[in-house]
Design a protein around this ligand. Structure first.
Ligand code: NPW
Ligand code: ADP
Length: 283
């Protein structure tokens, strides 16, 4: 079992990490999120993450993922800039296959992680943890966490992770020196410094394909808009990740309520993010 004291992250907590742009802001001052996600097999993961980042509120999203995916991303979100350039945070790995990475893609991912900027490592980017320099959060589900640990000679199964999420999240944070967001019906977010937070999902309709890709986009947007704070206090990435999980859960609740408590899709959840962010800012 985990050793730390875990605390449920509330709407009041989340609202402290959100604010509307001011008169002095422009797109660059607000923060640019760099996104390298998706693949020919999973273009949807890139579309969903980019959609969620825009909906969370960010100055700009730069998508420099695989060429095969760019058209789909731009068709869904023409606001996206598909040209490399300066960014303030990175979202890496959703919809990618770590075992099938081109030389060029590997170089781009390594370059992003070596930048020292805040980073979100999801899905096919998880294996790169350890090469990160800046404030970084990894976002595995139980199978991905077990695989990541097995690859580093720690024996555990997805079932063991699910039976003791606090313990495995803490052990991973300490061993890999990184903030961990372990997904599930209760999402566990912790770091090596001892911050340990839970977000209990408001609806189980969240358990469907692509909702994790949406969560990655929300975290990425918050990391980009809080780049100044993260430069001073790397540990803030843990509370930003918990805030993102809270927004994600509330957006799912809201999206489901719009359908009389019925099912929601990942895209529905991304599109329900703005009123959740607006409501938290007004609190
Ligand atoms: N729209 C998009 O573009 C989307 C893209 N996505 C992207 O996909 C990538 C992979 O993500 P993931 O979470 O599926 O990864 P992972 O844990 O490796 O899962 C494979 C494991 O599941 C199991 N399994 C398979 N079928 C099963 C079944 N019917 N019933 C039960 N078990 C079953 C299978 O077990 P096996 O069959 O081998 O025993 C294997 O162990 C990732 O990059 C993500 O971002 C997703 O977000 C979705 C939307
Ligand atoms: N039973 C559940 N109840 C509520 N939320 C869940 C449940 N199972 C998973 N989730 C949430 O749904 C999302 C699924 O993410 P993930 O497993 O990465 O899916 P995908 O890779 O298809 O996007 C996570 O945010 C997770 O916390």
């Amino acid at each position: 079992m985990g050793t730390g004291t875990w605390r449920e992250w509330t709407a009041d907590d989340a609202s402290e990490w959100l604010s509307a742009p001011g008169a002095d802001d422009d797109k660059y001052r607000r923060g640019v999120l760099g996104v390298i996600t998706g693949s020919a097999d999973f273009p949807g993961a890139a579309v969903l993450g980019v959609e969620a980042a825009h909906r969370t509120g960010v100055g700009m999203v730069r998508f420099t993922g695989p060429r095969a995916v760019r058209q789909a991303v731009l068709a869904a979100r023409p606001e996206t800039v598909a040209v490399a350039g300066r960014v303030q945070a990175w979202l890496l790995g959703s919809g990618m296959d770590s075992s099938n990475r081109s030389f060029m893609l590997a170089g781009e991912l390594q370059h992003a992680l070596a930048s020292g900027l805040p980073a979100v490592l999801d899905a096919g980017g998880l294996d790169l943890v350890g090469t990160h320099v800046g404030p970084t959060v990894i976002t595995p589900h139980s199978r991905e966490l077990a695989r990541l640990l097995n690859d580093r000679d720690v024996e555990c199964t997805p079932e063991e992770v699910e039976a003791d999420p606090t313990g495995w999240a803490e052990r991973t944070a300490h061993r890999l020196r990184v903030a961990v967001l372990l997904k599930g019906a209760v999402t566990h977010v912790c770091d090596p410094e001892g911050t340990a937070l839970t977000v209990t999902a408001a609806t189980h309709w969240l358990a469907s394909a692509g909702t994790g890709d949406v969560l990655g986009g929300i975290i990425g947007a918050l990391a980009a808009t809080h780049h100044d704070r993260l430069a001073e206090e790397a540990g803030a990435i843990t509370r930003l990740a918990a805030t993102a999980a809270f927004i994600h859960s509330e957006a799912a609740r809201r999206a489901s309520e719009a359908w009389a408590g019925g099912p929601v899709t990942a895209l529905d959840i991304a599109q329900a993010v703005p009123p959740v962010v607006g409501g938290l800012i007004r609190r």
